[in-house]
Design a protein around this ligand. Structure first.
Ligand code: 5GP
Ligand code: MN
Length: 326
């Protein structure tokens, strides 16, 4: 990666204006990576704009105090069309920032993708993709450090810590290794207060989210000799609890918490179609099932959005395909 990082810094130094984006329904790693990269570049005197397809979820808004995030509308196209450099973080698929994809395609900007997902798609001029790191934020830490260790200021460290903490499931998912902890320790030395970040992310919810959680837990079922657990959330559950799909992060941990279950599935009925979260334990490559439904992600954590399909139909089809790989 050393040579790739050096090339990247050459590009960063030679361009003046940057637009950064990430995937739809951004998580802590997505917003953390964007804000960290935006600060890194603006500290070099660059003009930087973050433009996202989706609103920032409430529990991550504290990061946008460090650097503002604009929500995409056609009136922002001129930023994308006229920027020198366009950076995508935490996804490698234009489908996952589809609202901006047209403008990105038309833009003559130099395009960079910094990510940790499998099966990269071809849209960028330069890819820095490491599928072994648990978070894009960890990759960015390495990128920044290879330029200048002093570049990792306290706000950048806060943003990177948030990304690493959330994408590792608070340092427990399988890709969390010694290097992750060494990097995290360095971020703490730079002033990150872990409890303060924990409070911002995990102790700032609404009571409605807990009511949603209560209803969601009641809906967990197991099948296929207890190997598959699923949670099916129709629109009515969201209406009753005055919540929406952005409030359902981390429900997947509950379906996987059951003894002997090796695949956990969460189905969310959207206004159009169904969002499915796929999770697996051990060496079960659940991304192969997500792919069959037009999605993707990591071996043990993937997702897909199914269009033109009802909730029941989606559940049946996905469970059928899941059984085939077990
Ligand atoms: P989640 O279930 O938390 O939404 O997503 C789990 C993982 O799957 C994330 O790493 C995410 O990037 C990936 N993922 C989620 N939805 C999609 C999708 O529609 N397409 C692709 N290619 N990946 C997805
Ligand atoms: Mn990520």
């Amino acid at each position: 990666m050393t040579e790739q990082f050096a090339n990247l810094h050459t590009i960063f130094n030679s361009k003046q204006s940057f637009v950064i984006t990430t995937h739809v329904n951004p998580d802590g790693d997505a917003i953390g990576s964007e804000v960290a990269l935006a600060l890194f570049l603006s500290n070099k005197g660059k003009k930087v704009t973050i433009i996202n397809q989706s609103e920032t979820p409430d529990h991550l808004l504290f990061l946008t105090d460090f650097f503002p995030v604009k929500i995409y509308s056609g009136s922002l196209d001129h930023h994308i069309l006229n920027t020198d450099c366009f950076c995508v973080v935490d996804t490698n698929s234009p489908k996952r920032f589809s609202a901006l994809a047209d403008a990105v395609h038309k833009s003559k900007a130099y395009k960079i993708c910094i990510d940790h997902h499998l099966e990269q798609e071809h849209f960028a001029d330069q890819y820095i993709v490491d599928t072994d790191v648990p978070a894009t934020s960890e990759l960015l830490y390495r990128i920044f450090k290879s330029d200048n260790p002093e570049s990792i200021t306290k706000p950048i460290a806060d943003a990177l810590y948030t990304g690493i903490m959330t994408d590792t499931g608070s340092f427990k998912f399988p890709k969390t290794d010694a290097e992750t902890h060494i990097i995290t320790a360095d971020l703490l030395k730079r002033g990150v207060d872990p409890y303060s970040i924990y409070q911002s992310v995990f102790e700032s919810g609404e009571i409605n989210n807990l009511h949603l959680l209560g209803k969601a837990l009641e809906r967990i079922e197991v099948c296929h000799n207890g190997l598959i657990a699923s949670m099916v959330l129709p629109r009515s559950v969201f209406n009753e609890t005055k919540t929406n799909e952005a409030d359902v992060e981390n429900l997947t941990q509950y379906v996987l918490s059951i003894k002997n279950v090796v695949v956990g599935l969460v189905f969310i009925e959207l206004d159009e179609g169904v969002k499915v979260s796929f999770r697996s334990k051990g060496n079960i490559a659940i991304n192969t099932v997500a792919k069959q439904f037009g999605g993707g992600g990591h071996m043990n954590a993937s997702g897909a959005r199914l269009k033109n399909i009802g909730l029941r139909e989606a559940v049946e089809a996905v469970i059928e395909k899941t059984k085939e790989i077990l």
